[in-house]
Structure formats: C-alpha cells, structure tokens
Design a binder for this molecule. Structure first.
Ligand code: ZN
Length: 172
C-alpha cells in the first residue's frame, strides 16, 4: 500500500486536515514506514511533542494508527511504538460519505415536509407552527413573518445528493 499516492489525493488531504487540524498535519502528512515513537516523530518533523501526541491520538481514534507498548529494560520506561494504518483511509471516507448522504436525505425530507416563514429583517426562519404561535410576528424585531419558498434549497440538496450517490456508485 503506497501511502504517498493516497496523500496526493486532495480529498484525502482535506479529510486528514479536518481530523488533526493544521498543527497535526505535518504528522498526518508524513506517515513513516514501520514503527516510530512520538519522540522520533517530534524530532524528525521539528514539532512540539504534545502536538505530535495529539495528532497520533486522533489518528488512533479514527483507526488510522495503532501502537504497542514496550518497556525499556534499563530505565523501566514505557515506550509507545506507533504504526500508521492509512490503508483504512478509503473505508473511512466511504463511511463518512454515507453518513453525509443520509443526513442530506433527512434534511431534504424535512424541507419538503414543512412550510417556512421568514423575518426579512433578522433573516430568521420559522416553521409554520412556530410562526402561527407567534402570530406571524418576529419575536426579535416585531416585524411580519412572510411565507418563504425553499425550492432552491431543496434543489441544491438534490444536486449534492446526486453527486454523492455518483461518488458512492449508488444507482438512483
Ligand atoms: Zn425580525
């Protein structure tokens, strides 16, 4: 598995960046071959040990790194030997896209099932029931709430859903 090729993919770069943040990115972007300690990584990359540990832990939580503990026979200290497991990245991304797709489908349903009212002054949107309870008056500014179409929003959601289905290889 060539990690270098994975890391050239802008989608994967973005995914890692969102996971570990800019401070952790040097760690995430330079997966070593084989095992490595946090201290070796910090030294090699010129980073604070805490930033390296934080990034490693996030990768671990996301199934992208694992460790084993080794006790030094002389000092008695525990050393953590880390292995990067980037072969799990494609599977993680796939799951993430599936979650996003589900969320978008739920959102679309919600948009379709409800009527909305807007205060033009405050740009606050209310569901029909809320607006009726308020006597169609904005609770912030007292302005009149007006019916608001959401067709454009639904269309945008539809487009995003189609794109995701394409990427996931789901036939509509
Ligand atoms: Zn208002």
């Amino acid at each position: 598995m060539a990690f270098e090729e994975l890391l050239e993919d802008p989608v994967i770069q973005k995914y890692l960046n969102v996971l570990v943040g800019p401070k952790g990115m040097p760690v995430a972007a330079a997966p070593p071959d084989g095992e490595v300690t946090d201290e070796e990584l910090a030294e090699r990359l010129g980073l604070e040990l805490n930033d390296v540990r934080r990034a490693l832990f996030i990768l671990y939580e996301n199934d992208l790194a694992s460790y084993r503990r080794v006790r030094d026979e002389d000092s008695g200290w525990l050393t953590y030997l880390w292995t990067f497991e980037y072969e799990h990245i494609p599977g993680n991304l796939h799951e993430e896209m599936e979650r996003l797709l589900q969320a978008l489908e739920q959102r679309r349903q919600y948009e379709r099932d409800n009527e909305f009212y807007l205060c033009g002054n405050c740009s606050i949107r209310f569901e029909f029931d809320e607006a009726m309870d308020l006597g169609f008056q904005c609770p912030e500014c007292g302005g009149e709430l007006e019916a608001m179409g959401n067709e454009e929003l639904i269309e945008a959601i539809d487009e995003r859903i189609d794109e995701l289905r394409d990427e996931l290889g789901i036939v509509a």
